[in-house]
Structure formats: C-alpha cells, structure tokens
Design a protein around this ligand. Structure first.
Ligand code: RI2
Length: 323
C-alpha cells in the first residue's frame, strides 16, 4: 500500500525534487519492509524487490531515486532471516534519509561562500540544494538579490519565490525566455540537478542548458548544488540518462490540442548541460570541477567497474532463471 501510494505521488509530482523523491522512496521501502507478511527470507526479498521495481518505474531521470533504492536494498545482503532483513532495511533507509538531510545542509554551507554581498544570483526551478545555498548566504547576513525563473510548464518557480519571499530576500520573478536579457546583470547562477554523469554533464530541469549557455556567453559563473547520490554510476559504462517526457497536457490543454491535428506537443522535463558550461559542482564532500565526477562515483558512491561486472553477471543469471 505504502509503495503504490508513494509511487503515485512521485509520478504525479506531488512528491518532487530529486532529493525528496529519494528520501520518500527510502521511507516507503522501510515502511513496506515493516508490513510485508513473509514466512521466509526468499519471500521477503522478492517482496522487497517488487516494491523497489514499482518505485523505480515512477520517474526515469532523477538518479537519486535508483541510488536511494540501491543503498537501501543493498542492506539485504547477508540477512539471516526475515526479522534481521527487516531491521537491516529499516536501518539503511533511516541512514539514507539522515545523511541526505545532512548533505543538503553541508552543501548549503559550502555553496553560500560563493555568494557575495551585492550579488545578483539567478536560480532555475525549485531545488532544495540550490535554495539551501541561497538561504544560508542570507542567514550569514549577506545582502544580495535573486532572479527566479517561472519554469514552464509546471511553474516550480512559484515555489521558489515563496521560499525566497518568506526569507525576506529581494527577488525578481522572470519568464524563462527572459534569462538572456538579464544575464549580463547576473553574478552567479545556482541550480540543482537530477543527475550528474561520469563526464560531468548536468541533467536538470528543462531550460537549464539554455541558461548555462547564456551564462557562458556572459562569463557568469554557473554553479550546481548536488548531493553525491545525484551522480549516476551507470554512466561509467556508457548508459545514458533517460530524459522524462511528460504529458503534453502540461503544456497545452487537451481542448486546444484537439483543434490542432497537425501539431505535436513535446514536453521533455529535463535537459543536459555539458561539463564545459559548468564551473563548479558543490557536493557535501566539497566543491569540485565537473571533470571530477568519476571520482565521486568511485570513492563516495562506492560503485566501481567490478561492481558493475558482478551486477551484470547476476542480472544475466536472473534472466537465465526466468527463461
Ligand atoms: P533538489 C527537480 O526536478 C528540479 O529539476 C531540481 O532542479 C532537481 O529536481 C533537484 O532538486 P522535478 O522533480 O533535489 O521538479 O535539489 O522534476 O530539491
């Protein structure tokens, strides 16, 4: 029950933002582990695996989701019995949620140092990691302004301006297409991310790459706030990040679409900003250039090529078993 409810909330974006999605998936796995009625360990494990799959199918782009699920499910290795397995899942989920919150706070403290008195900071979408940096700078007593974009089609900019307003930060709200007009006035761009690939490319809300391009042209620094679980291990082997394409009705109402039979509405939710346009990625382990993404995947996520080989072997075995 908790799994299908959480999955639906993630799919419908009632729960949104890569970090929140990851924490809610970890919490759902923990609660599900407490509910499963399994008489033996294999039954418990397969019930957990089904739950993990349902969560993974909700939204394809934010890699924080599979990373959270992986980190919780890995706790099943070596479980002695059902009770031990339940306890391991509970502890791993709680640890993920705790360390995620801590990572966001740490990023805020580090990122805030890049914001100076008198700056104009531009942000896009509604990222708790990026907003954390802005709010921490304000709490540090710095006096600066923010430009926040509208973020069509879901208008997450409305969430952002509310947070900024509540913190008493002077904010200008602009439509997405106004970014280049203001970029020469902007001192720093700060965004969050849904995934960072091994070559340092940043996958974030649609429109981010245009902003990065405008920032690059204007020589405005472009900073990304990213917990280490936003780095995508599978890109080491050339796996691409799937870009979610959402319902056209988010862009144009079905009534209007009906009158335009030759028009196809496209609604990709994310785009890819190449590493060349990213100056800094602030993680809870410190600020790094995008070119260091591989090190994060290897050293902090603990995924290496050996683990991939083991995973692909066990996947092959699973397939063989299915056949
Ligand atoms: P935090 C969001 O995706 C935005 O793209 C945002 O920049 C990113 O997740 C990271 O958010 P969506 O769920 O984890 O709104 O920093 O599609 O909150």
């Amino acid at each position: 029950m908790v799994i299908s409810e959480t999955a639906e909330k993630i799919r419908s974006m009632e729960i949104r933002g890569a970090g929140r999605i990851a924490r809610s998936a970890a919490a759902a796995l923990r609660d599900h582990a407490g509910e499963i009625d399994a008489s033996d360990l294999p039954g418990f494990v397969s019930g957990m695996q089904r739950a993990a799959e349902i969560l993974l199918e909700t939204r394809p782009t934010a890699v924080s989701l599979p990373n959270a699920v992986h980190s919780v499910m890995a706790a099943l290795a070596g479980a002695r019995d059902v009770e031990d397995a339940r306890e391991r899942i509970r502890a791993a989920a709680d640890e993920f949620i705790r360390s995620s919150g801590e990572a966001v706070n740490r990023i805020a403290a580090i990122g805030a140092r890049h914001i100076r008195d008198g700056d104009i900071v531009l942000t896009h979408c509604n990222s708790e990691a990026a907003l954390g940096c802005i709010l921490a700078a304000s709490r540090d007593g710095k006096d600066f302004e923010v430009f926040a974009t509208e973020v069509r089609p879901r208008n997450q900019g409305l969430l952002t301006i509310r947070v900024l307003n509540d913190a008493g930060i002077r904010t200008s709200y602009i439509v997405d297409s106004a970014v280049r007009s203001f970029m020469n006035d902007v001192d720093l761009v700060v965004v969050g991310t849904d995934a960072v690939t091994v070559n340092g490319a940043v996958v974030n809300k649609i429109g981010t790459s245009q902003i990065a391009l405008a920032a690059h042209e204007a020589r405005t620094p472009f900073m990304v706030a990213a917990e280490t679980y936003k780095f995508a291990p599978r890109t080491i082997l050339g796996e691409l990040i799937a870009i979610e394409e959402r319902d056209p009705a988010e862009v144009l109402s079905p009534g209007l679409q009906e009158g335009l039979p030759h028009v196809r509405v496209r609604n990709p939710a994310f785009d890819v900003t190449p590493a060349e346009y990213v100056d800094l990625i602030v993680t809870e382990r410190g600020a790094i250039p995008p070119q260091m993404a591989y090190i994060i995947i290897r050293d902090y996520l603990g995924w290496d090529l050996e683990e991939f080989s083991r995973e692909s072997v066990s996947r092959r075995n699973e397939t063989e078993l299915c056949i």
